[in-house]
Design a protein. Structure first.
Length: 312
């Protein structure tokens, strides 16, 4: 049953993204795709990661760190094209989750090892350890250390940004200030999703530690772990520049989530959040045959060109 639900969900996600599995697979075998590297964690585990430079500087002053995203697709599918809108020289580091292979498209069950490691505590630990290792290996110290959180990855990037004083900027795509439960309820009320969320939540609550039972492509444990995470406190504790980009027609995270986040920053008297809403665009910032990610990364570049932010 899980196999068929995962396939069904994958085709839904492909339809929403505007980018086919065939196109992504072709990219992974192309000459521009980055070669896999291996990062060894202190606990003996490992992850594949990718590293490449944008711009002409031999020693870029900016480091960008990517991590996360739902399921087990490899970041190799979209890099380095994903950040082509950057107008600053930067070294980009992209970390796959544990047990995600170099050319995984994340279309089928990811395996028990992946499911056991696919939880917020592990994500935060792995991302933090990787960032610290790479920043500490670079001399001189970079001027900008940017975390990029995409969709699910926004939860982790925001939390890590609040724990690591080396982080200077946070960039978020396809997320906001709602919990996943509130996002799904909002989408259901709007008619943007067709499945019965209430019955799903009840089933998950009946066996929240199960990695064998599945609801729309992910184990009950994954849902139980992230369904009620409130990202707002982690956002509000940050005094570094934050840029959030979301599609007006996002059917994974409602645009209301990002508007809510911006309203809470305003209410708190904080002016370090920039919100970019892209008209007629989806969860990947695609709309009418145009990828607005280029605009988003150009806007991020503008932030990075500004004088160093002074933390409160």
């Amino acid at each position: 049953m899980r196999y068929f639900k995962t396939i069904a969900l994958s085709f839904v996600l492909v339809a929403l993204s505007g980018c086919t599995i065939i196109q992504r697979t072709a990219h992974m075998y192309g000459s521009d795709a980055p070669p896999p590297l291996s990062f060894q964690y202190k606990d003996g585990g490992s992850s594949i990661y990718y590293s490449f430079t944008v711009g002409n500087a031999s020693q870029p002053e900016t480091l960008l760190f990517f991590y996360g995203g739902t399921g087990c697709p490899s970041w190799k599918q979209v890099m380095p094209e994903y950040v082509r809108g950057l107008t600053v020289s930067a070294r980009v580091f992209v970390l796959n989750k544990r047990f995600v292979t170099d050319r995984s498209v994340g279309m089928f069950a990811c395996g028990q090892g992946f499911d056991l490691a696919n939880n917020p505590n592990q994500w935060v630990s792995d991302y933090s350890e990787f960032i610290a290792a790479k920043v500490n290996s670079i001399t001189p110290r970079p001027r900008n250390v940017v975390l990029v959180g995409v969709s699910e990855g926004a939860l982790i990037a925001t939390k890590v940004a609040g724990q690591d004083p080396e982080i200077t900027h946070l960039a978020i795509i396809g997320s906001g200030g709602y919990s996943m439960r509130k996002s799904l309820a909002t989408l259901k009320q709007r008619g943007a999703i067709w499945f019965d969320v209430e019955s799903g939540w009840e089933a998950i609550a009946s066996d929240p530690q199960s990695i064998d039972k599945d609801w729309y492509g992910n184990p009950y444990r994954w849902w139980a772990d992230i369904l009620d995470i409130d990202p707002l406190p982690d956002f509000l504790k940050l005094n570094i520049p934050i840029i959030v980009g979301i599609g007006e027609n996002d059917e994974s995270v409602p645009v209301e989530s990002a508007l809510y986040l911006a309203s809470k920053f305003k209410a708190a008297g904080k002016n370090n959040l920039i919100l970019k809403i892209y008209p007629e665009s989806d969860h990947r910032l695609n709309g009418n045959g145009i990828s607005h990610r280029d605009e988003f990364f150009a806007a991020l570049s503008g932030l990075l060109h500004q004088p160093q932010h002074i933390r409160q």
